[in-house]
Design a protein around this ligand. Structure first.
Ligand SMILES: Cc1cc2nc3c(=O)[nH]c(=O)nc-3n(C[C@H](O)[C@H](O)[C@H](O)COP(=O)(O)O)c2cc1C
Length: 362
């Protein structure tokens, strides 16, 4: 029976363990979204993860609305990411780029122009901008030409990810961003071939996966979903058939891995999940399933041992514990995290969390 410390193959990737670093926006890339030496240090410190999934990374100016988040649409960003991937590889790690279009969650102050979504809707709450929080503005519904252009932007970002030295990409299909705005029916009110039936709502993500797979090889592509939680105004009235159908499509396209942000109990960040959907996906999908959200080791070990999942990804504990895999192996105590420095910029709360060896020596 596999444990957290058994190797795992994910498409083209050979991983030494099954404890992944979940994608974590840390807002240290400046206004131009260009990764830097500080980011390289942060990721290299966490190279013990079976796989690092990068922070969400904009595929285009239009799609990026988080202050200080990185992009992958221009040469300066490719060069910046090379610093990161080289540093991770030098420490023996592996890293995939999470590709992101935020859709209606891009405030015009950041993206330029009215945001795009599946339908003309306005996200709840407020956007983070460089001038503080502002209410979201209404998105316009993407036209067929917009959809084609966005697919091309994903393809360019995937090509750039490979040029920048990433070992693979993950399409961000979770958390209320553009892909999710097409998938789940609280945000998609289209009456064309991209809305209404499940087949229509999964068409956009199918096109993305096909196009990105053709560009860099499907064995280097994964995808993330958040099937059983309401996030940023996006949820589905009937998630089980939707995600079962998605699982069939992912199987057909030979997508080698999926990551599910699928809490099984009320989360520490306040969301109340509905029933998990992974049991409905598993029978249709032979690729690898990575589970995420509020997992402890006993539970993750159990779900991997009984075949419900193949790996676990860890978010907040990886922020505070660069050597998390070693700590789990040694059953060592964990550093507490500090949410005030999640997006604050600079080295504090970013590259200064102590390693176990420093603590033992101190
Ligand atoms: C500071 C912070 C930044 C995050 N950024 C991203 C992101 O860029 N992409 C993403 O898919 N999820 C993001 N998430 C969600 C995490 O990947 C993860 O799903 C969540 O923290 C639950 O896992 P955990 O209980 O192990 O922390 C973020 C969460 C936090 C706390």
């Amino acid at each position: 029976m596999p444990t957290l410390f058994h190797p795992l193959r994910l498409g083209s990737l050979e991983l030494p363990n099954r404890i992944f670093m979940a994608p974590l926006t840390r807002a240290r890339a400046g206004r131009e979204g260009v990764p830097n030496e500080l980011m390289a240090r942060y990721y290299a410190q966490r190279a013990g993860a079976g796989l690092i999934i990068s922070e969400a990374t904009g595929i285009s100016r239009e799609g990026l609305g988080w202050p200080g988040a990185p992009g992958l649409w221009n040469e300066a960003q490719v060069d910046g990411w090379k610093l990161v991937t080289d540093a991770v590889h030098a420490q023996g790690g592996r890293i995939a780029a999470q590709l992101w279009h935020m859709g209606r969650l891009v405030h015009p102050d950041l993206g330029g122009g009215q945001p795009l979504s599946s339908s003309a809707t306005t996200a709840p709450d407020h956007a983070h901008t460089y001038e503080g929080n502002k209410p979201y503005v209404e998105a316009r519904a993407a036209t067929a030409a917009d959809i084609k252009r966005i697919v091309d932007d994903y393809v360019r970002a995937a090509r750039n990810a490979v040029r920048a030295g990433f070992d693979g990409v993950q399409i961000h299909g979770a958390n209320g961003y553009l892909v999710d705005q097409f998938l789940r029916d609280s945000a998609n009110f289209r009456d064309d071939r991209y809305g209404g039936s499940i087949d229509n709502r999964i068409r956009f993500v199918r096109q993305l996966l096909e196009a990105v797979g053709n560009e860099i090889g499907i064995d280097r592509v994964g995808i993330r979903f958040s099937p059983n939680i309401l996030v940023q105004g996006v949820e589905d009235s009937d998630p089980i058939p939707l995600y079962a159908e998605l699982a069939k499509m992912l199987e057909e396209l030979k997508v080698p891995w999926i990551e599910l942000r699928e809490p099984y109990k009320p989360t520490s960040s306040g969301s109340i999940p509905s029933a998990p959907v992974s049991p409905a996906m598993r029978p249709h999908y032979t690729g690898k399933i990575v589970i995420n959200s509020d997992h402890d080791w006993t539970d993750a070990r159990h779900r991997i041992a009984n075949g419900h999942a193949d790996a676990v990804s860890i978010g907040r504990l990886f922020i505070a514990n660069p050597d998390l895999v070693r700590r789990i192996a040694a059953n060592a105590p964990l550093n507490p995290g500090d949410s005030k420095t999640f997006y604050s910029g600079g080295a504090e709360g970013y590259t200064d969390y102590p390693f176990l060896t420093e603590q033992v020596a101190a």
